[in-house]
Design a protein around this ligand. Structure first.
Ligand SMILES: Cc1cc2nc3c(=O)[nH]c(=O)nc-3n(C[C@H](O)[C@H](O)[C@H](O)COP(=O)(O)O)c2cc1C
Length: 393
C-alpha cells in the first residue's frame, strides 16, 4: 500500500472509527453570532465532511464566558444544544466525524464582558490585547480558580458528548490558558504549578483528568499542543517532548502538534503573509483599529511559509511517544501528505488547503490536483471578523 492509500484507510481512536486519516484542524470560523452557531457554521462543516475530511474540528468552544477573546466566540452550554445537534447531525450525514475544541483564552482577551476586570492567567501580566478595552491586567489564578476551571472543561466535554460530538480536543497550544501554564515565560508561579516542566504540566493534566472523569472511558480525548512557543524564554521542544510523554501516560488518545503564541507570535502557526491591512479593515473597534495600524507591524512578525513547516520538530515527538499523532502545519500537496505518512504520523491535520478548496482531498486522491492553490496570504484570518472565514483567492 502506498502512502496516499494509507492516508485513506480508517483509524480507530478509543472505539471511534474515522473513515480516513484527515483532520480539519480548528480554525475559528467567525460564524457564531453572540456565541450561537449560525446556519453558515453548519454548512461550513457539512461541506468539509462532504469533501472527504474524516474528522472536522469545531473551533474555539469557550468553556466559560470569560474564556472568550471576544463576545462572538462559541460559548459552550445548554443554550446552544439544539444548534449543536443540527451541526453534528449535518456532519454525520456526510459520513464525517466531528470534535469540539475546548478552549479558555486565559489572560489574553478583549472580551468586553470583562471591561475593567482582570482576566485569569497563571500569573499576573499586562494584557496588551485588551488594554484599550479596559482589560489591562490578568490576575494569578488561585487553586480554587483552577478547580473551578477544570470543572468548566469537564462540563463542556460532557456537553460535547451529549450533543453528538465524537471527540473533544483540549486546546493546550497557541498561547491560550493551558499553554500559558506550560510556557516558562508566562507562567511565573512559585508554587507547585510553576517552575519545572512537571509543575507547569500539573494543571493541564488535572484538566485532562477532569475531562476523562466527565466523558467516561469510552470517549476520545485529543490534545492540541505546542512544539515551541516561538519566542525567547517560551516553551521549547525539550519541554514539549515531556508534555507529549505525560499526555500519553494520562491516556490521551491523540495529539495534534502545533506551535506559536497568539499574543506574541500569532503567525508562527500560520506561516506565510501577515494580512495587516486586511485585519485593520476588519477590526470594528476604532481604538483597536488605530492601535493595530500603528503597532501591528511590530507585533505581527512574519514567518516564511515552507511546506510541512513543523516537520523537524514534530519528528522529535514522533520519536518520543507511540500514541497516535496528527502532523499539522503547511500540508498543501500530495507530496506533503505522503511525507507525513512516510514519517510515521497516524493522522494529518490541515486547515488552509481545505479552507481554500473543501474538495482538495478528493481532488488529490483522484489525481485532479497535486498542489493546493492556497498562497498563504492569510486573508482568511481577517475574514473571521468579516462574516466568517473563507478563501478570497
Ligand atoms: C483563519 C484561521 C483561524 C484559526 N483559528 C484557530 C483556532 O480557533 N484554534 C486553533 O487551534 N487553531 C487555529 N488556527 C490554526 C490552524 O488550526 C492551523 O494550526 C494552521 O492554520 C496551520 O495549518 P495549515 O498550514 O494547514 O493551515 C487558525 C488558522 C487560520 C488560518
Amino acid at each position: 500500500m502506498n502512502s496516499i492509500e494509507k492516508a485513506t484507510t480508517p483509524i480507530c481512536l478509543r472505539g471511534l472509527e474515522l473513515r480516513n486519516r484527515f483532520i480539519k484542524s480548528a480554525t475559528y470560523e467567525g460564524m457564531t453570532d453572540g456565541g450561537y452557531p449560525t446556519p453558515l457554521l453548519i454548512e461550513h462543516h457539512r461541506r468539509l465532511a462532504q469533501g472527504g475530511i474524516g474528522l472536522t474540528t469545531i473551533a474555539y468552544g469557550a468553556v466559560s464566558p470569560e474564556g472568550r477573546t471576544n463576545r462572538q466566540q462559541l460559548l459552550i452550554g445548554d443554550r446552544v444544544a439544539s444548534y449543536a445537534h443540527q451541526l453534528t447531525d449535518a456532519i454525520h450525514s456526510e459520513g464525517g466525524k466531528c470534535m469540539l475544541q475546548l478552549t479558555h483564552c486565559g489572560y489574553f482577551t478583549k472580551n468586553q464582558d470583562l471591561r475593567f476586570k482582570r482576566s485569569l492567567g497563571p500569573s499576573a501580566r499586562i494584557n496588551l490585547y485588551g488594554i484599550l478595552g479596559g482589560i489591562i491586567m490578568s490576575r494569578s489564578m488561585t487553586e480554587h480558580d483552577m478547580r473551578e476551571m477544570a470543572k468548566n472543561f469537564a462540563v463542556s466535554a460532557s456537553f460535547a458528548r451529549r450533543v453528538g460530538f465524537d471527540a473533544v480536543e483540549i486546546h493546550m497550544g497557541h498561547g491560550y490558558l493551558l499553554s500559558q501554564f506550560l510556557s516558562p515565560r508566562i507562567n511565573r508561579r512559585k508554587d507547585d504549578y510553576g517552575g519545572s516542566i512537571s509543575n507547569r504540566l500539573r494543571f493541564p493534566l488535572e484538566v485532562v483528568e477532569a475531562v476523562r472523569h466527565a466523558v467516561g472511558e469510552d470517549y476520545p480525548i485529543v490534545c492540541k499542543i505546542n512544539l515551541e512557543d516561538g519566542f525567547r524564554g517560551g516553551l521549547t521542544i525539550r519541554d514539549s517532548v515531556e508534555v507529549a510523554k505525560a499526555l500519553e501516560k494520562e491516556g490521551v488518545d491523540a495529539l495534534v502538534l502545533s506551535g506559536g503564541f497568539t499574543s506574541i507570535t500569532p503567525f508562527y502557526l500560520m506561516r506565510g503573509d501577515v494580512p495587516l491591512w486586511e485585519m485593520v479593515r476588519a477590526e470594528k473597534d476604532v481604538a483597536q483599529k488605530m492601535a493595530m495600524a500603528l503597532f501591528g507591524k511590530f507585533i505581527m512578525r512574519r514567518f516564511a511559509f515552507e511546506e510541512n513547516f513543523f516537520m523537524p520538530m514534530a519528528l522529535k515527538i514522533r520519536e518520543a511517544v507511540a500514541m497516535p499523532l496528527a502532523y499539522l502545519g503547511g500540508v498543501c500537496s500530495r507530496q506533503g501528505i505522503e511525507r507525513a505518512m512516510d514519517e510515521g504520523f497516524d493522522l494529518i491535520a490541515l486547515a488552509r488547503a481545505v479552507i481554500h478548496d473543501p474538495d482538495f482531498l478528493l481532488k488529490v486522491m483522484d489525481g485532479r490536483v497535486s498542489v493546493s492553490e492556497c498562497n498563504h496570504c492569510n486573508i482568511c484570518v481577517a475574514e473571521m471578523d468579516r462574516g466568517g472565514i473563507k478563501c478570497v483567492i
